[in-house]
Design a protein around this ligand. Structure first.
Ligand code: HPA
Length: 274
């Protein structure tokens, strides 16, 4: 459905009535392997998506769909515990609904993480990557349709999508922790099928270092409404065609689990310094 300002406002008003004077500073959107950070939020107030007006709620069984408000590394955060993806059948407006609502609650920055495929044969699976920029050639956009001017302009500038100051913070954080952090371009594919080897070669030719099925919609919505953005990727696997073996979801989940400790230390360190 197409949301109007009224929908976002009603959602934000409802949340305000539950969280009192708490105002999130940072919106955290966590990808595979990092979801457990939502459990580590202190003084947490967790609100199921199903209880928030207009909020697109996942119907997947066993799926924890909650917005968690509280403190992480002393920062006031709102964390999405359970994320929606375009490939699940949600529209890009659904996928980005929470970004605008949390913006209305006062958040000025978004930290987004994901698991993705590595398209560079000179890098290894298991690496962490700071997102410097992205490519999205699929037709849809979360900003398509009527533009709620209160959030941002009809044709928003995308020249510094990933906030330079936050990129510096991520570099410094990785250095302080002794974590190797690659840097590169993330290319969005709508999924749910993994890419073909030819698509991966095309992505590489176009300048991509990683391919994945999330993050970019949320990032576009966040930039549109003036939020600062930090994007961090875990390269869980070599993308299709790079190795002589098929991709499996299990490989992705195992790699995400193996790197989760290091990845969460990096995210926490970034929060500390933001
Ligand atoms: N492609 C797209 N999305 C992904 C991949 C991939 O190789 N790995 C994890 N998410």
């Amino acid at each position: 459905m197409e949301y109007t300002m009224e929908h976002y406002r009603q959602s934000a008003d409802d949340l305000r009535s539950r969280i009192g004077s708490f105002r999130p500073e940072v919106f955290l959107v966590l990808g595979s392997g990092l979801g457990f950070l939502a459990e580590q939020v202190e003084d947490a107030c967790a609100i199921p998506y199903t209880e928030i007006p207009h909020f697109p709620a996942s119907t997947a069984p066993g799926h924890k769909g909650r917005l968690v408000f509280g403190l992480l590394e002393g920062r006031r955060v709102a964390v999405m515990q359970g994320r929606t993806h375009y490939y699940e059948g949600y529209s890009l407006q659904d996928v980005t609904f929470a970004v605008r609502v949390v913006r209305l609650l006062g958040a000025e920055a978004m930290v987004v993480t994901n698991a993705c495929g590595c398209v560079r044969s000179d890098w290894q699976a298991g690496s962490l990557m700071l997102i410097q920029d992205h490519i999205k050639l699929c037709l849809d956009s979360p900003l398509r349709g009527a533009n709620p001017e209160a959030f941002g302009p009809r044709f928003p500038d995308m020249s510094h999508v990933y906030t330079p100051r936050l990129q510096d913070i991520a570099r410094e954080s990785a250095k302080a922790l002794g974590i190797a952090l690659k840097e590169g371009v993330y290319m969005f594919f709508p999924g749910p099928q993994y890419e073909t080897p030819a698509e991966v070669r095309a992505a590489r030719l176009l300048g991509a270092d990683a391919v994945g099925m999330s993050t970019v919609p949320e990032v576009i919505a966040a930039r549109h409404c003036g939020m600062q953005v930090l994007g961090l990727s875990l390269l869980t696997n070599m993308a299709s065609g790079i190795l002589a073996q098929p991709l499996s979801e299990q490989e992705v989940l195992d790699a995400a689990a193996a790197a989760s400790e290091q990845f969460s230390r990096l995210v926490r360190q970034c929060l500390c310094r933001m």
